[in-house]
Ligand binder design. Structure first.
Ligand code: ZN
Length: 140
């Protein structure tokens, strides 16, 4: 895919590649949310994680771990989010994982409140959700 920015590794390389092998690369996010925001990107074009082969995910997991540790050691953030988006939140439809350091208290992400601030799941809802998952597993 020529028009896909993540398929264009030459262009990415100009902007800062930290690691590269046959299956994936790690790059500085060109539009970082915060300092040290990295992307781990598959070289082949898959639209998202659910589209990528499990073998590729197994290959990428230790690389994600390695660079998460590097971000932690270099930038000493308060916390780090390792995120991959599927669906609406995914702006570039090419499988990639964000390594996103947070330097402030949790409030840095206004969408996610601490669990103590959130409403606990009710027994009824818990039962309903467990049933849905069991039914899905049975029928797949
Ligand atoms: Zn692509």
């Amino acid at each position: 895919m020529d028009e896909c920015i993540f398929c264009n590794i030459k262009k990415i390389a100009e902007q800062g590649i930290l690691y590269e092998d046959k299956q994936c690369y790690v790059a500085l996010n060109q539009y970082p949310v915060r300092r040290g925001h990295l992307l781990v990107v598959s070289k082949r074009h898959y639209k998202d994680m659910t589209d990528a082969p499990s073998k590729l995910l197994s290959h990428m997991a230790p690389i994600i771990k390695r660079f998460t540790l590097e971000v932690n050691n270099i930038f000493k953030p308060k916390s780090i989010k390792v995120i991959t988006n599927i669906g609406d939140e995914e702006e570039i439809l090419h499988f990639h994982v964000h390594i996103l350091p947070l330097y402030e208290e949790r409030a840095a992400d206004p969408h996610i409140k601490g669990y103590k601030m959130r409403k606990k799941i009710s027994e009824g809802e818990k039962g309903e959700l467990l049933k849905k998952f069991k039914k899905y597993e049975k029928n797949k």
